[in-house]
Design a protein around this ligand. Sequence first.
Ligand SMILES: O=P(O)(O)OC[C@H]1O[C@H](OP(=O)(O)OP(=O)(O)O)[C@H](O)[C@@H]1O
Ligand SMILES: Nc1ncnc2[nH]cnc12
Length: 182
Amino acid sequence: MIFDDFSIKTLIRPVPDFPKPGVVFRDITPLFQSPRALRLVIDSFIQRYVEADFSHIGAMDARGFLIGSIVAYELNKPLVLFRKQGKLPAEVLSEGYQTEYGEAFLEVHADSLCEGDSVLMFDDLIATGGTLLAAAKLVRRMGASLFEAAAIIDLPELGGSQRLQDVGIPTFSLTAFALDER
Ligand SMILES: O=P(O)(O)OC[C@H]1O[C@H](OP(=O)(O)OP(=O)(O)O)[C@H](O)[C@@H]1O
Ligand SMILES: Nc1ncnc2[nH]cnc12
């Protein structure tokens, strides 16, 4: 199946000044309300990773869960959840991070990965890269490695995908927006 960048983009709604003035929020809810578009997104990721050599999928709280869990199911891979602070019940590792519009802590269960594991990470969007970089630090603290960081959307002007590549993590996105793109 050929990924149709134009029609996917029309299903990502720009919401100016959310959650704070100056931010154009890229809302993926219309995309998820289109079964055809969701299938196109998931099939594009499946096509890219079906033959790839990684052991685990990592998914970012909360919108990364929407993609990571479906891909993990389809590719029959174990799924590791990276959650916002205070949500995971057992022993956790924690990393602080900043995003385009806030700061937070990301946590993962301390026993979820081992040395030798290789993680394909999913989120809906890469902005500053803060979230995925925090997840990458957690992965590396458990002795595992990063296979790639994948997202539906990249905002390259915010530098996140470059920051990830600078620390040795390949990135992949299905589409990209300029900050002022409508
Ligand atoms: O590259 P970054 O600057 O880290 O920004 C990207 C992150 O920001 C958003 O999550 P948000 O923190 O808004 O949480 P949500 O998924 O729970 O809405 C988005 O879903 C990514 O996880
Ligand atoms: N502009 C944006 N739209 C949606 N999610 C985001 N996460 C960080 N920046 C974002």
